[in-house]
Ligand binder design. Structure first.
Ligand code: LRH
Ligand code: MN
Length: 426
């Protein structure tokens, strides 16, 4: 299923009048306050978020999984689904593959399809948290940290293979997340596990093409419930520094213990030039992988406020890899991803409205009340017309979810694929 420009223009005619009214009112308000609206729109229009290839079907937990029907059962169908999201939002211009869940069978065909859909291949993800059919060694007791050299070598070889796959597709980074850790005190020697992990990552780093980067993702727990080798930003930062200039920390928003100040972590990593990218999602308790901005939208805004400050003041930090990492237990995966993109665009737009100069002055004068007023002035601004205008200007739908439903996409996919297809992934 493809969504044509005409179908989107037809759908836009239904909301264009109210959109124009809202937008002209907002842009007049913002111009009066000295904001450069066209500059904000140009920044938003260049902003692209990568869709996780492992989150285009229904997710699930150990307690169950409820299919959505019409799920993609091949990489080709997954690209088509990313194409649907990109047609509607014009902001999902890349896909992040997970290997071996998404190994292309025909590289030139898949690259041609992606080109037609105007989709690029973002970071490729290795997987040493599951044993593959016929694998010689098991990752039950860890992979890059395992006390067995044979297991570590197998995991290193897999990561080097993933780099080769990504290189053939035009990816420019490898994302490594390790489940490695322990479930009980005494099970692991922490120092041995960390040293093995560091040495293994260095071997993988040696296999990186010159223009590639290594993104090291941290997580405090799950599937191990006593210790995780790469448990927090500090460990990832330390390992990235040990590897070299092409290694960075990847921040998955769901990988923090309750009440952790993630925006402070972001600002520190950018100051040190070691923030590589994001896995956006939201959570109430653990790594819940919920829709971005669905639980803590203000926290997401505060994160983007630090990102905007960092992008303006930290040239030492590279361009960031913007990716979503979510799992859809009860929502239509495509609607869930569209809502996540909307939340990310709105948080970025609100952060671009923060008067950073006035904030700096208020901070220097210890005018704490003024500092909060400046932040919340931006946060309380309804930027939806701005995000709609950005999408409309670059050929997207003013209201992607309404258009997705108006075009009956899910039912069309079920007609095409049937009710019993399941997508590889989590
Ligand atoms: C681990 C994680 C990681 C992926 C996986 C699918 O929780 O966030 O980024 O490899 O989810
Ligand atoms: Mn993740």
């Amino acid at each position: 299923m493809k969504i044509s420009k005409d179908q989107i223009q037809d759908a836009n005619t239904k909301t264009i009048d109210s959109h124009n009214e809202n937008f002209s009112f907002l842009s007049e308000q913002l111009s009066k306050k000295g904001h450069d609206v066209s500059n904000i729109i140009s920044k938003l229009s260049k902003f692209q978020v990568a869709i996780p290839s492992w989150a285009l079907g229904a997710g699930g937990t150990r307690f169950g999984r409820f299919s959505f029907y019409g799920e993609p059962s091949s990489l080709e169908q997954k690209l088509d689904d990313v194409g649907i999201i990109h047609s509607l939002t014009q902001t999902a211009g890349s896909v992040s593959l997970h290997i071996p869940w998404d190994i292309p069978s025909d590289y030139s065909a898949i690259k041609e399809q992606a080109e037609k859909l105007n989709i690029k291949f973002d970071s490729v993800n290795s997987n040493t948290f599951q044993d593959q059919e016929g694998a010689k060694e098991s990752y039950k007791y860890g992979s890059l940290s395992n006390i067995s050299k044979a297991v570590r070598d197998q995991a290193i070889a897999h990561n080097l293979e993933v780099i080769k796959i990504g290189d053939k597709l035009g990816s420019k980074s490898l994302t490594v997340w390790l489940a490695d850790g322990s479930c009980f005190p005494g099970q692991n020697n922490f120092q041995t596990a960390l040293q093995n992990t560091q040495d293994s990552l260095k071997d993988i780093y040696k296999g990186l093409p010159n223009d590639w980067s290594l993104l090291i993702e941290y997580k405090p727990y799950e599937p191990n419930f006593y210790s995780t080798v790469i448990q927090d930003w500090g460990t990832s930062f330390m390992l990235a520094n040990e590897c070299g200039d092409k290694a960075f920390t990847l921040v998955d928003l769901g990988h923090h213990l309750p009440n952790c100040n993630i925006e402070q972590i972001i600002s520190m990593l950018m100051l040190k030039g070691k923030l590589g990218g994001f896995h956006f999602n939201d959570s109430k308790y653990g790594d819940d992988d919920l829709t971005v901005g669905s639980i803590k939208p203000y926290a997401l805004f505060l994160i983007f406020n630090e990102l905007v400050y960092g992008m303006q003041n930290n040239p030492q930090n590279p361009d960031l890899a913007w990716m979503i990492d979510a799992s859809h237990n009860i929502k239509d995966p495509l609607e869930d991803l569209i809502q996540s993109i909307e939340a990310i665009q709105q948080a970025y737009a609100k952060a671009l409205l923060v008067d950073q100069k006035a904030l700096k002055v208020a901070q220097q004068e210890h005018d704490v009340v003024k500092c909060q007023e400046i932040l919340q002035e931006a946060y309380r601004t309804d930027v939806r017309p701005l995000v709609e205008k950005t999408r409309f200007d670059i050929g997207g739908a003013i209201s992607p979810i309404d258009t997705y439903r108006y075009l009956n996409v899910r039912n069309e996919l079920i007609k095409e694929r049937g009710k019993h297809t399941t997508a590889t992934g989590l």
